[in-house]
Write a protein that binds this ligand. Structure first.
Ligand SMILES: NC(=O)C1=CN([C@@H]2O[C@H](COP(=O)(O)OP(=O)(O)OC[C@H]3O[C@@H](n4cnc5c(N)ncnc54)[C@H](OP(=O)(O)O)[C@@H]3O)[C@@H](O)[C@H]2O)C=CC1
Ligand SMILES: N[C@@H](C=O)C(=O)O
Length: 253
């Protein structure tokens, strides 16, 4: 399938796994993140292995002007986007409300919510003319149920849930599908980022059970993106079997 897929957060985790999955299926990629070295390495890997074309764009999704400027640099051949995967995001800290950092809250809201809005707004003009484009937003089980010390992270993912529902209504007239994907715990760089490099705390999150992998999530995203034009998966929660919901895990002692 020679589509063009625009993936944010392609330097790690779900985004990187999606890039590999879609490249293997023959799709061309626009891959984005702040770490240019990782984007360049992924471009090299995928162009060598899959023979597809890859366009890296380096920008911080929190920076509105940088988002629009980066999209504006796309040459004519890249000014058609079939699928946008709004994946860039993070959690910072896991603290009680009164102890949490305002800076962490700002970053989560600016990245997970405003960043998704900015990128979608900037890329939509390249999607509307396609007639049957698709937006896939990364929410979380944290956007379906709240948990202790989840505060702003849960809030940001509830916002992604609501934005996805609203997008779906507004964009229907352009034939654009909107799918929200809500994973449970997956072992990526996510917890290292959340716990600010505290490897032991990050590792503890995944002890006693088998979490999702980035590839598990990418497989599901690719399936959602490969359905016939008249079929849309609107909202999908996926967890590892050991995780019953956002809070309950069955962990072998
Ligand atoms: N792992 C999990 O348990 C779950 C994760 N999620 C969500 O899935 C998404 C991907 O997470 P995951 O792959 O696990 O995490 P990773 O930390 O492995 O990857 C996060 C990606 O987002 C990018 N990113 C973060 N901040 C910015 C920014 N300001 N500007 C541009 N890119 C940014 C990073 O790129 P770079 O640093 O190079 O900019 C990186 O490529 C996130 O939205 C997360 O909230 C949802 C449910 C579960
Ligand atoms: N599901 C995880 C990531 O979003 C979490 O809620 O910590």
């Amino acid at each position: 399938m020679n589509r063009t897929i625009f993936i944010t957060g392609a330097t790690s985790g779900f985004g990187q796994a999606c890039a590999r999955k879609f490249a293997a299926g023959g799709d061309h990629l626009i891959i984005t993140g702040r770490r240019k070295d990782r984007l360049e390495a992924l471009k090299q890997e995928l162009e060598d292995r899959s023979g597809i074309q890859v366009m890296p764009l380096v920008f911080d999704v929190q920076d509105r002007s940088a988002v629009f400027a980066a999209v504006a640099t796309l040459p004519e051949a890249w000014r058609r986007v079939d699928i946008l995967i709004n994946n860039a995001g993070l959690a910072l800290g896991r603290d009680f409300f009164e102890e949490a950092s305002l800076e962490d809250w700002d970053t989560m809201i600016d990245t997970n919510v405003k960043g998704l809005l900015y990128v979608s707004k900037a890329v939509l003009p390249l999607m509307i003319p396609v007639g049957n484009a698709h937006i896939i937003n990364l929410g979380s089980v944290a956007g379906k149920e709240v948990y202790e010390k989840g505060n702003a992270y849960c809030g940001s993912k509830f916002a992604v849930d609501a934005i996805s529902r609203s997008m779906r209504i507004d964009l229907l007239r352009h034939g654009i599908k909107v799918t929200a994907i809500h994973p449970g715990a997956a072992e990526t760089e996510f917890s290292n980022v959340r716990f600010k490099g505290d490897e032991s705390q990050a590792k503890k999150i995944y002890e006693g059970y088998t979490p999702l992998s980035a590839e598990d999530v990418a497989d599901v995203i690719h399936y959602c993106a490969s359905l016939p034009p008249h079929v849309c998966i609107n909202d999908l929660v996926l967890t590892c079997t050991a995780q019953a919901d956002a809070i309950y895990f069955y962990k072998k002692s």
